[in-house]
Design a protein around this ligand. Structure first.
Ligand SMILES: *Cc1c(COP(=O)(O)O)cnc(C)c1O
Length: 430
């Protein structure tokens, strides 16, 4: 086996992991296409694109060439008082791709931090306009916006970390998604009650990811946008998971024709190669920071912001979305969507399955919780790896979010593994 594994594991602290009981992580040594290669030579088809990032699969030669060229020229430079071509070009391209006048791009290194910046923008927007009391944020049940302190406070209290850190986080306002006229009326009442203290509403448009892969339709997103407009609140769209084709359109907001005031992007921004995130603001948001007074400027600046390697990777990733490059990504997403529908739908007939949901290149099978019985996530994960696929259920959901370049045979291996593992589980249910 690998000579680095045992000595290294004695010193690693893994994410969301009970280090005493969890099975050891699998040593991965290489990747190519949609496959991860393990130290023992086995290969796993990645069904979840490395936490939803690797939309072009692994080791894409175009991204690699761009990063190698940038590495030789200018790997990193601070971003205050200096600016470089990869970031300038990327900002202009993101502004052109995003709807409306979403045109000012602030780069950071992770999704959570891009949400923190969006919150800072929203609060300082109102402060700069003389309404400093508007500082609370409205978020939705099942939402997930990150792991840092300000973003944890915007995650579903049941599935998030609220109880663990209660008292250490700001107290924000949770609402229900307005997916019926009655819910929309209720949502409007929540906003009306608190409007003078609310800075912004934050939503994961169309698909709420880490909070359990819940999906809503474009009309619900429009109802949220209309309510924000009515009560003069900023709308923040967290497209960290949905952005860059995952939901079927380039951005989920496109499907609803909604132009949020601020958008957060990360995950697939670099095609899963380097950490990068962006917070993009509409013109009126940016203009609220213009003044003779430096105190009105946006007070944020991560050390590694706009890292040139990451920006070069993102530019190369965007090239791969352009029509004429290989096969157009959004068509691949549409093909994945129909295959996921056809091949995951039969899961409904399996005992212990509560629901099947598909949107774009996202397929989720929600399990029903047995009375008194937990879902054996470690057992399910182990079984998937044995079957040669990398699928990591969390909470109550087994989900697939494959790279867009996956072939139909490999996709069928993934959906077949899901059906098989859930069928085996059904046989052992009481
Ligand atoms: C992953 C994710 C985040 C957090 O991004 P990190 O890079 O993990 O900090 C925030 N919002 C959404 C919707 C996400 O999916």
């Amino acid at each position: 086996m690998s000579d680095w594994l045992t000595p290294g594991l004695a010193h690693l602290w893994l994410p969301y992991t009970q280090m005493q009981t969890a099975p050891p992580p699998l040593p991965v040594v290489a990747s190519h296409g949609v496959r991860l290669q393990l130290a023992d030579g086995r290969e796993l088809i990645d069904g979840i694109s490395s936490w939803w990032t690797a939309c072009h699969g692994y080791n894409h030669p175009h991204i690699r060439a761009a990063v190698e060229a940038q590495l030789a020229r200018l790997p990193h430079v601070m971003f205050a008082g200096l600016v470089h071509e990869p970031a300038a070009r990327l900002a202009a391209r993101l502004a052109a791709l995003l709807p409306g006048d979403l045109e000012r791009v602030f780069f950071t290194e992770s999704g959570s931090v891009s949400v923190e910046v969006a919150l800072k923008m929203a609060l300082q927007y109102w402060r700069n306009r003389g309404q400093a009391e508007k500082k609370r944020i409205v978020y939705f049940r099942h939402g997930y916006h990150g792991d840092t302190f300000a973003t944890m406070a915007l995650c579903d209290p049941e599935e998030g970390m609220h109880t663990l850190f209660a008292g250490a986080m700001p107290d924000q306002i949770m609402a229900e998604l307005p997916d019926t006229p009655a819910m929309a009326a209720a949502f409007n009442r929540v906003l009306a009650t608190h409007a003078e203290h609310i800075a912004a509403v934050i939503v994961e448009p169309l698909v709420q990811g880490a909070g359990g892969m819940h999906m809503h339709d474009a009309a619900t997103l429009r109802a949220i946008a209309e309510a924000c407009h009515r009560h003069e609140l900023l709308l923040i769209a967290d497209e960290i998971m949905t952005g860059f084709g995952r939901s079927g359109r380039m951005f989920a907001c496109d499907e609803a024709g909604v132009v949020p005031d601020i958008v957060c992007l990360s995950k697939a921004l670099t095609g899963g190669t380097l950490p990068l995130a962006a917070t993009v603001a509409r013109r009126h948001v940016f203009e609220a920071f213009l003044a003779d007074d430096t105190g009105a400027a946006l007070m944020h600046g991560p050390t590694y912001m706009a890292n040139p390697l990451a920006c070069a990777a993102a530019n190369a990733s965007l090239d791969l979305f352009e029509p004429g490059q290989n096969s157009p990504r959004l068509e691949q997403v549409a093909a994945i969507e129909s295959a996921l529908r056809a091949e995951l739908e039969p899961c409904r007939a399996i005992a212990g399955v509560a629901e099947v949901r598909v949107k774009g290149a996202i397929g989720a099978v929600e399990l029903s919780c047995q009375p008194g019985g937990n879902i054996d996530l470690d057992g399910l994960r182990r079984r998937f790896a044995e079957l040669g696929v990398w699928v990591r259920p969390f909470g109550k959901v087994v989900y697939l979010m494959p790279p867009f370049v996956i072939g139909s045979d490999d996709l069928s291996l993934l959906t077949g593994a899901v059906r098989r593992v859930l069928t085996e589980r059904a046989a052992s249910l009481p």
